[in-house]
Design a protein around this ligand. Sequence first.
Ligand code: ATP
Length: 308
Amino acid sequence: AVPRPDYYIPHSDISLICKLGEGAFGEVWKGSLKRHEDEKVKKVEEKSAPGLPTTGRQEGLSEKGRSKLYVAVKKMKGNATKAMTEEFVMEGKLMRQLVHPNIVTVFGVAPSEEPLMIVLELAANGCLKAYVSKYQCPMDQLMQFTADAARGMAYLSSKLVIHRDLAARNLLLGSSVEVKISDFGLSSSGKTEIKVKQMKVPIRWLAPETLEEGVFSTKTDVWAYAVTLWEIFTRCQSDPYPGLTNQQAKDLIRGDALPMNPPEGTPPTVVKIMEDCFAKNPDDRPSFPAILKRLCPDEDIAAYEPKS
Ligand code: ATP
């Protein structure tokens, strides 16, 4: 028999434990994965918690040690056609190559039975939106989220991955409350720009050129990053453009002025970053590595130079 690729997980290796949430594409469950002597999984564990003592790094493992790993399992809604399944597997294969402490890693896909499942690294502290609403996060923690998200996006942009749905709802938190960017379901890799006809993305995060021409690029991710900063510094109390209709929000996005004011109390460095990310001309917006450098001047950003 032809050996199965290592990103291909049999349903029998996955046990579902409890439901974590629900998205447009299906339900997300906490689960456990058998057999994770897989090299890739080990690498992710190392990278997700660099410098932590071994006990911290092994968080998520059962008492039986390395025979079981807690994961997040996304169950895809609806019946899949053969073409959809093939696309799903291809996407899983691409996503699996992305490994960085500030992104949710894809361990593999389970396409052999319905429902199709995607097995992800479990973000132990759940979603950032719920976290900032629940806890009084001090300003330096919000700054940490800001830098983590920039770092994760710098990594994705270096891999030529366009996220297309960057928003606070897609920022999860790992075991050290570090940001992990999630939901690459809409991402696309390898192209610098993509054009779509039908848009499923909520309009309040879209850049003017996406509204006008349906284009997505790393620079439209940079725009969405600024909207996400607005969410973080308002502690996710509402969606962007509160009290406005979609049409009014669109008018602001397309207008000449800054589309939204940085929330009161936002540190000046972040205010300036937001203003620059909201440049009408995409070429005038800073890159993610440049944003990261402004937030963390000592950080080495050479690793995030784009390469295919
Ligand atoms: P959509 O898929 O429509 O963009 P969404 O981002 O809210 O919406 P999902 O990505 O399906 O939906 O996630 C639903 C919820 O499940 C999230 O809000 C989060 O609480 C939880 N969740 C998703 N992925 C993980 C994960 N890797 N670890 C922990 N919790 C997760």
